[in-house]
Design a protein around this ligand. Structure first.
Ligand SMILES: [Fe+2]
Ligand SMILES: [Fe+2]
Ligand SMILES: [Fe+2]
Length: 279
């Protein structure tokens, strides 16, 4: 099989992982704190590792990791329905992984896909078990339908965080500067934390997180990447600062200020690397 074909197959797998991550996070947030939500978040983290391995392999083959999100299964109103969606989504993944393991000759890539497949088989069993548990306990959707300026601001934050997570991960795969790679990975993880805080806050105030993203900067030169990131970080630090000033809720204020301070930190980290890169 030629390289282009392998890259295309791995990108299909990567898009599937992206869809799974967002489906599972959406479910975990919507069922509230508890043992099952934690276990589902842990599964989402395993899918993130898969995404990372696939992206690195694609770049190693000279390809570009896809930013597309694979199909998510979002039907159903109860936690048991969502867990059944998880069973089906894992089956959606297992089929192609089995085919790709067979079709690809490269022993390293075969081994990687086999490894991922065994995780998916394990997740499949987990979700089957969660369906039963959710039924037994009559677990419900705890999201509310509040909709106002605060909800809009928090969802705007999620949109921003999701976008930069994708952007920094993409850039970390594409850059040839090892310090930039390390920092982009670290900050992507920090932005994942931000997304989680914002989503949990929306649940707390009886609303519902909307996990969508906007355009991702796809510069291929490290200096261009960093310039785009610094611009975004400055804008978002200002936006969180404004949001903190506009709210009277002390908890919300604290959240926005903490986010703002992290974004200022990101601006500084990226600015330092850009200075080095421009030397
Ligand atoms: Fe999985
Ligand atoms: Fe952030
Ligand atoms: Fe940031």
């Amino acid at each position: 099989m030629d390289k282009e074909k392998i890259i295309a197959l791995l990108n299909e797998d990567l898009e599937g992982e992206h869809g799974a991550i967002i489906q599972y996070l959406t479910n975990a947030y919507a069922m509230g704190e508890g043992e099952m939500a934690c276990e589902i978040e842990a599964i989402a983290r395993e899918e993130m590792r898969h995404l990372d391995w696939l992206a690195e392999t694609i770049v190693g083959l000279g390809g570009i990791p896809s930013l597309k999100r694979g199909t998510m299964r979002v039907e159903g109103k109860t936690v048991a329905d969502w867990m059944q969606n998880g069973v089906l989504l894992e089956e959606d993944a297992m089929g192609p992984y089995r085919q790709h393991v067979k079709a690809i000759d490269d022993p390293g890539i075969k081994r990687l896909l086999q490894r991922i497949l065994s995780d998916e088989e394990s997740h499949h069993g987990d979700f089957k078990h969660f369906v039963e548990k959710a039924k037994r306990e009559g677990m419900l959707d705890i999201r509310g339908s509040r909709s106002d300026k605060t909800v809009e601001t928090l969802n705007w934050g999620i949109e921003h965080e999701y976008t930069v997570i994708l952007q920094y991960l993409f850039q970390s795969y594409m850059t040839t500067n090892p310090e930039a790679k390390k920092q982009l990975e670290d900050q992507a993880i920090n932005e994942m934390q931000h997304l989680g805080w914002l989503a949990e806050k929306l649940i707390d105030i009886s609303s519902s997180p909307r996990i969508e993203h906007t355009g991702v900067d796809q510069s291929t030169r490290t200096a261009d990447m960093l310039r785009a990131d610094i611009k975004t970080e400055k804008e978002v630090a200002d936006a969180y600062d404004r949001a903190a000033k506009e709210t009277d809720d002390p908890k919300l204020k604290e959240l926005f200020l903490r986010l703002r301070d992290h974004e200022i930190y990101h601006t500084e980290v990226f600015s330092d690397i850009l200075k080095e890169e421009e030397k």
